[in-house]
Design a protein around this ligand. Structure first.
Ligand code: ATP
Ligand code: MG
Length: 427
């Protein structure tokens, strides 16, 4: 199989951060963002954060929103926060734009760039004053220049969850100063994993972000996946056979990234566009995309969890389809408060969801079979005496807190003794 579908005319693009040939299921969201950009031109606040699990399409929506802003005559400063150096990146983008004198500088991939609408000259020489390295000054100058032409400045911050906290705080201060004190038309659109709700959005020094509008990216419905697979193939002269397409759309299970993986494999397996994509090609692709999704999304997500959280998921997998709260509590010797908090955390992070029937089931990040498989080696070590309550020792251990003092938080670690990862004030 080609490692890069594009090399062989394959229209599916399962790469993180690569905008798809057909962006489905996001029209309503983009309409809202378009209205917000228009409203921001006349002084309304624009500060939104897109939340979604890995591969749910956050970066693709950011790219589309940047296009919308650019078409409305706005300047777009696209930044990502994965590594340190946010202020320097703002300065570099401004320097490059002033040097190139109003040329569209946007590179093919979205990494730290400033896009200036045609006809806008930035009008100042970079490095003309010592303030040119000061992000607050630069943001104000850019917003002022854009405002003078009837537009504004849209700043996009991708991977906001991974931002260095002190830099994000400082950026928030600079942004707020430009928007609120100077009253300039500047908008902020961030993208982050849902876990940000436990980090940046809980940070007492980041009240600015507490007031952001949070927009959760919903999983694609089977119907949206169906349309996307069909339209993406058709765009390059390919076709799916009807039954094959239905099966493939259902197997996508809501993840845009999974969809692109599946489409790419099916296209290759069938030898499209010369031959139609049939059921055999789709079967093969469903297996292959499932393996790749598990390797790149589900397994890292499983490994991010503490032992006790893994046990919680394992209990749901074993109890399926009758995993009510009561049944889970019966399987795990854990305090009810911990169980309720864990359900909330794993729901927000996209591992589980509560069905209308009152049972817990797996959500976008992982599937039941994955959890059974991930937990399999551990199950092999279980002693007969461990049944029917297989993990009491771990929870008894977990109920004794670690207690390590955390000077910054001015609190003791509340995790169970011997926990994985860093200390936390709450379980
Ligand atoms: N609405 C959509 N319809 C079809 N394909 C999509 C859609 N959104 C994203 N994709 C595709 O899904 C893949 C993942 O998208 P993207 O990189 O935007 O996700 P992400 O949420 O930013 O991921 P990460 O959390 O890893 O940064 C890409 O191949 C992209 O082309
Ligand atoms: Mg992304």
């Amino acid at each position: 199989m080609a490692s890069d579908g594009e090399q062989r005319g394959n229209p599916f693009s399962p790469g993180f951060g690569r905008s798809p040939a057909e962006l489905v299921g996001r029209d309503a969201l983009l309409d809202e963002l378009r209205s917000e950009i228009e409203a921001a031109s006349s002084g309304h606040r624009l500060c939104s954060i897109l939340l979604g699990v890995r591969g749910s399409g956050k970066t693709s929506v950011l790219n589309a929103a940047e296009d919308l802003a650019h078409e409305s005559g706005w300047m777009v400063l696209a930044l990502d926060t994965t590594t340190r150096g946010l202020p320097q990146r703002i300065a570099r983008a401004a320097a490059a734009a002033t040097a190139a004198d109003a040329v569209d500088l946007r590179p093919r991939r979205r990494i730290n760039s400033l896009r200036v609408p045609p006809g806008i000259a930035l009008g100042w020489e970079y490095a003309e004053s010592p303030s040119d390295d000061d992000p607050r000054y630069l943001l104000s100058r850019l917003a002022e220049t854009a405002a003078a032409r009837g537009g504004g400045l849209l700043v996009t911050l991708d991977e906001l969850h991974s931002g260095e906290r002190e830099e994000v705080r400082r950026f928030a201060g600079d942004f707020q100063h430009t928007a609120e004190r100077e009253g300039l038309p500047i908008g902020l659109l961030g993208a982050a994993l849902p876990e940000i709700q436990y980090t940046v959005l809980e940070d007492r020094k980041l009240t600015f972000f507490h007031r952001a509008t949070l927009r959760r990216l919903q999983p694609l419905t089977s119907e949206q996946s169906f349309r996307c697979l069909r339209a993406t193939a058709a765009g390059t002269g390919g076709t799916f056979e009807a039954d094959a397409l239905c099966g493939a759309a259902t197997a996508v299970n809501g993840s845009p990234y999974h969809l692109q993986l599946l489409g790419r494999s099916a296209w290759e397996a069938a030898g499209a566009p010369e031959a139609p994509i049939d059921a055999a090609a789709c079967q093969l692709a469903i297996r292959e995309a499932g393996r790749e999704f598990r390797r790149s999304i589900s397994e890292p997500a499983w490994n991010d969890l503490s032992d006790a959280e893994q046990d919680y998921l394992h209990a749901i997998a074993r109890l399926h389809p009758s995993a009510t709260r009561r049944a889970v509590a019966g399987e795990l010797d854990a305090p009810t408060k911990w169980l309720a908090r864990t359900e909330r955390r794993l729901t927000i992070s996209g591992y589980v969801r509560m069905t209308n029937g009152g049972t817990l089931e797996f959500a976008e990040l992982t599937q039941r079979q994955d959890v059974l498989d991930f937990a399999e080696p551990e199950s092999g070590y279980r002693r007969p005496a461990d049944h029917p309550n297989p993990q009491p020792a771990r929870f008894r251990e977990a109920t004794q807190p670690c207690g390590e003092w955390m000077p910054v938080a001015k609190a003791r670690c509340a995790l169970g003794r011997g926990h994985k990862g860093g200390h936390r004030t709450r379980r």
